[in-house]
Design a protein around this ligand. Structure first.
Ligand code: ADP
Length: 603
């Protein structure tokens, strides 16, 4: 898989990578901190509220003991015992008076009763029907009758008020002869409850309840109990209250009672301080991120900006432009030193490049001069050689014509050979001169009509065509090309001449000229039905004096194709051949086509 970063420049990649690392690092750090702080806050709150629950539970247990003792003291009064021993009218009246006094005195004790050890109600002061539960009453009485100390009953809901009972045995000697049951109201004001809750702190709320009877109070009135069982082995439970969301509760059994103490707190409230802290942490993290990312961006630019300048300068040096410097002298660190060294290096390269160019230019000039001298020398040499050759030709001819009668057949043959050789050498010199002329000619390519060129070339080789009875087909609509007319006439005269010449004597030569134009180029083909050329000679035949056949079958000097190549190259074209021996040859010349607008001007 290819990385999506692959195509990006370092200037983008570096800040992206470092930025991503910073974001990941800071985010992980923030998340870990968030989690630890939350966990620590929850643990702290739980421990503190657990402690509070323990203390309040202890206080309640002490209080319960106290109430049991108080109940026992009343049960032990002479008046009560007298009633239990002898429930005469007088004793009953005295006992009732005592009990009524107690209920009147304490608003917290709405009912006091005296029951038999089996639980039957013997005497009651206060509104028994309203405040008590007959079933609970008798079972408590039965329970208390079997014990030395008093008992404390579960919570009971009398309407909206929560009450509970304490019961103590009334003893006559060792025998429990009756039971005194006192009912107590849990009455606390809302203010008192709020103060208590405020003391607990952390949004905690205190409840007391008898879970088995589902009776719970917030110390003021009856309330809905927790939705899950509490007071089991786990002292911390979690549940949802519709009014306060997720709630965490700590439950404690109150020693010596059937009561359970519950301290509840809302998770959100308990964590509100932490949330504030975390919000601040989030803000600081965001600021930190911005600072770090800006720093990263700035630091990466410190590297990538000079790197880009260096890359641009290197590219510009690669294209031969040495004028671009990278050192602005403002930096003295490693990058500054690199830029300075780069500039020094470029100046060295520029210097050597300049020296090299100068040397190449002077060598080229020298070479050109030598070449021109050589060509001039060759040209004049060829010229000078023609005079003695013409003399040899003339005199051998004169010898044959004027003194032929004095020569025998061998003498005439020799004289004829001298004349033929001189003619052939003169032909060779003329071809060489033509080659050297083309090689030295100053040629400026211009639009020329190919049709006219081929026509003129054909005129030049007309005698050969007629001699061989050749058939030459020239395709119509030949395009215009960029070239030099005299040169191209010479080129095509040589190609057509060869096409007609290199055909076995018994075959009638058939040559064809056609052109194919595409993409600003024109390829002109000169095809024949001649002897063909072995592939290994396809390049060699374009060199001077390269001939593949003997002069008897196909006379020539071996310069024709050298002139073709030199001439075509001079006007910016190329030349080549496709051929297999026995199946004819297809010589081609490729030239530039005349652009549309200049072609319009030329016509
Ligand atoms: P010349 O024609 O004077 O021999 P060229 O330079 O024109 O010299 O040709 C070089 C050689 O290439 C020829 O001697 C011949 O062997 C070969 N050649 C040139 N044109 C053809 C052709 N159309 N068919 C076969 N061979 C050719």
């Amino acid at each position: 898989m290819t990385s999506p970063l692959r195509g990006l420049s370092i200037a983008v990649k570096l800040p992206l990578l470092i930025g991503a690392l910073v974001v990941v690092g800071v985010t992980i750090g923030a998340l870990v901190t968030y989690d630890s702080v939350r966990a620590a806050a929850m643990t702290g709150t739980r421990q503190r509220l657990g402690l509070v629950a323990d203390q309040i539970g202890g206080m309640l247990a002490t209080n319960a003991d106290q109430l049991r003792v108080t109940t026992g003291e009343v049960a032990d009064t002479a008046v009560v015992r007298a009633f239990v021993r002898d429930p005469s009218a007088a004793n009953r009246a005295a006992a009732l008076a005592l009990l009524t006094t107690v209920t009147n005195l304490s608003k917290k004790v709405p009912v006091i009763e005296i029951r038999s050890p089996s639980g039957a109600l013997l005497l009651g002061a206060g509104d028994v029907a309203r405040w008590t539960d007959p079933h609970l009453d008798s079972s408590l009485a039965r329970d208390a009758a079997t014990r030395n100390t008093g008992v404390l009953g579960p919570l009971h809901a009398a309407g909206d008020t929560i009450v509970y009972a304490t019961a103590a045995p009334v003893r006559l000697g060792r025998r429990p002869a009756g039971v005194l049951v006192a009912w107590w109201k849990i009455t606390s004001t809302r203010d008192a409850r709020e103060q208590l809750n405020a003391l607990i702190g952390a949004g905690g709320r205190l409840y007391i309840g008898s879970p088995q009877d589902s009776v719970w109070t917030d110390l003021v009135s009856r309330v809905q109990g927790p939705p899950v069982p509490v007071g089991g082995t786990r002292d911390v439970v979690e549940y949802t209250r519709p009014d306060s969301g997720t709630t965490v509760a700590i439950a404690r059994k109150v020693a010596g009672t059937e009561w359970t103490l519950l301290v509840e707190f809302s998770r959100n409230e308990a964590l509100s301080g932490t949330v504030r802290f975390l919000k601040r942490l989030g803000l600081i993290t965001a600021i930190l991120l911005v600072v770090l990312l800006s720093g990263t961006w700035y630091a990466s630019r410190l590297i990538t900006v000079p790197l880009t300048a260096l890359t641009d300068a290197t590219e510009s040096v690669a294209t031969g432009n040495f004028d671009r410097g990278v050192n602005d002298g403002r930096r003295t660190d490693e990058i500054g030193r690199l830029a300075e060294s780069f500039d020094v290096m470029v100046s060295h390269v520029r210097e050597s490049h300049r020296e090299l160019e100068q040397r190449v230019a002077s060598r080229t000039r020298e070479l050109q001069e030598r070449n021109e001298e050589l060509e001039a020398f060759g040209y004049s040499l060829a010229h000078d050689l023609r005079a003695p050759l013409r003399a040899m030709q003339g005199f051998s001819q004169a010898l044959l014509e004027d003194h032929g009668t004095q020569l025998d057949a061998t003498g005439k043959h020799y004289a004829q050979l001298v004349a033929d050789s001189a003619r052939s050498m003169d032909r060779m010199i003329l071809d060489l001169l033509a080659y050297s002329r083309i090689a030295r000619a100053e040629v400026t390519p211009e639009p020329v009509p190919l049709e006219r060129i081929v026509r003129n070339a054909t005129v030049q080789v007309r005698s050969v065509i007629q001699e061989r009875g050749a058939r030459l087909t020239v395709d119509p609509d030949l395009p215009e090309v960029l070239g030099h007319e005299p040169t191209l006439v010479q080129v095509f005269a040589n190609l057509i001449g060869n096409a007609v010449k290199f055909v076995p004597a018994e075959r009638a030569p058939e040559a064809r000229v056609r052109a194919h134009a595409w993409n600003g180029k024109v390829r002109i083909w000169v095809e024949d039905n001649g002897i063909g050329i072995e592939p290994q000679y396809h390049d060699r035949i374009f060199r001077v004096f390269e001939r593949l056949n003997n002069g008897d079958d196909f006379p020539g000097t071996g310069i024709g194709l050298a002139i073709v190549r030199k001439g075509v190259e001079k006007i910016g074209g190329t030349v080549g051949v496709e051929s297999t021996p026995g199946s004819g040859s297809r010589f081609w010349v490729e030239l530039n086509r005349v652009p549309e607008e200049s072609s319009a001007n030329a016509t």
